[in-house]
Design a protein around this ligand. Structure first.
Ligand SMILES: *Cc1c(COP(=O)(O)O)cnc(C)c1O
Length: 417
């Protein structure tokens, strides 16, 4: 047989599923079951020996199905498919993006450790790092997009915490400004503070651009984390999360997941299997639309500034270089400052006819929201100013509708302002 490497988008319909094991059904059924029947006692014993690591597997031996908190066909097939996009060793899926993130933080941090994180990060993550982890004696330090390798290393050393650094946690592009962080640079910071007996891990929240347009593992990250609620799910009908990385590290994540019990259920798994079949065409259409919308906004008299990667030029210097190096597309998330303040922004949002006023992102329908009073309401006012999140900013998640309809809606809403 001729060898051929099928691309992820071609494998999303079938990879990892064997119809002959399910009455010939072309699609993977929903394995809505809590437990699995063993053929005999010896088989049950063997599965548990592997599940508990009591012995090494024999050649080609794999752990069988035991109980849906440990393993379930919908989840295993889904994890195999998500892994393909980043050519990762393995994936673990969760009942939410937050459970994927918190499980990784809990598994790889211990009392006394330091986590170095980029700012801003998703509100839930921010709260967990600043208000929950300190209860366990885990410290944090923050750096902002634009800070160099030297700036970051110096900050950690000045704080006297270099030997305690255990993880660098990054979100890029930053929400809602689309400011970028160079992942290769961040990986070098982690290497700098690693020693033969202590590896500093790098975890990247890849919700905004992954898995199509940014692949953190390629730049030295250990974990690529997802709110699968967003692009992976893509239809605003499911909450889910995922974490991809090497087989060894994801093995540790899955072990903690077994004890926390925050794995995705079979129905969530099945919904995501269905979503993945159209992931690429959805994301590509969304990005094409976003570019048109950004260009329209940029020339509008009532718009002061547009934050979209597709508008960067060589004049933007390092930001442009990072964009060109690290991203395969400008994506489908953009923000803009309307001339005026909160009143003008609200008037715009209240006048939209097709685009929905809602938080969340990455779905087939376009969404608009006001970061300063909604997604970023909890950010300290001074910090908001530093980050450029003002009262006049509006964030758009561009959907798959016809771009002319999206622009029509924006145009008529701007007219009301
Ligand atoms: C939504 C989101 C999360 C949280 O995910 P949930 O699925 O809501 O738990 C984390 N990070 C980013 C960037 C997000 O957009």
């Amino acid at each position: 047989m001729k060898s051929h490497k099928f691309r992820p988008e071609s494998l999303m319909m079938s990879y990892g599923y064997k119809p002959e094991l399910s009455e010939g059904a072309i699609k993977c059924p929903i394995f809505q079951t809590s437990t699995f029947v063993f053929k005999n006692a010896e088989e049950g014993k063997a599965y548990f020996e592997l599940a508990y690591g009591l012995r090494a597997p024999y050649e080609a031996e794999e752990i069988g199905l035991i109980y849906s908190r440990i393993n379930n066909p919908d989840l295993e097939i889904l994890e195999g498919r998500i892994s393909l996009w980043e050519e990762a060793g393995d994936c673990a899926v969760f009942e939410s993006g937050m459970s994927a993130i918190t499980t990784v933080l809990l598994e790889f941090l211990k009392p006394g450790d330091l986590v170095l994180c980029s700012s801003p990060v998703y509100g839930g993550t921010d709260h967990f790092i600043k208000h929950f982890l300190p209860k366990f004696g885990i410290h944090y330090l923050e750096f902002k997009p634009g800070e160099s390798y030297d700036d970051i290393v110096e900050m950690v050393e000045k704080a006297g915490l270099g030997s305690r650094l255990a993880m660098v946690y990054v979100e890029t592009p930053a929400n809602p400004t689309n400011a970028l962080i160079d992942l290769e640079c961040v990986s070098k910071v982690a290497q700098h503070f690693s020693s033969p007996d202590k590896k500093v891990y790098v975890a990247v929240d890849n919700t905004y651009m992954g898995p199509l347009w940014q692949q953190p593992l390629r730049w030295g990250a250990d974990f690529s984390l997802y709110s699968a609620t967003k692009y992976l799910g893509g239809h605003s009908d499911v909450i889910a999360g995922a974490c991809v990385g090497s087989k060894e590290l994801i093995g540790r994540v899955k072990t903690l997941r077994t004890f926390l019990g925050n794995m995705a259920g079979p129905w969530t798994g099945w919904l995501l299997l269905r979503s993945l079949e159209t992931l690429k065409i959805r994301m590509e259409q969304q990005a094409r639309n976003a570019q048109k919308v950004a260009e329209y906004l940029q020339q509008h008299a009532k718009v002061e500034k547009v934050y979209y990667l597709g508008l960067l030029t060589p004049d933007d210097g390092r930001e442009y270089e990072t964009y060109k190096k690290q991203y395969g597309s400008p994506g489908a998330m953009l923000s803009f400052d309307i001339r005026g303040g909160e009143a003008e922004a609200f008037r715009f949002l209240n006048s939209l006819r097709m685009i929905h006023l809602a938080v969340s992102l990455g779905s087939t329908e376009s969404l608009a929201e006001h970061p300063a009073t909604m997604t970023h309401a909890g950010v300290h006012p001074k910090h908001k100013r530093e980050l450029g999140i003002s009262e006049k900013m509006i964030r758009l998640s561009v959907g798959v509708e016809h771009y002319r309809d999206i622009i029509f809606d924006i145009e008529q809403a701007l007219e009301k302002v």
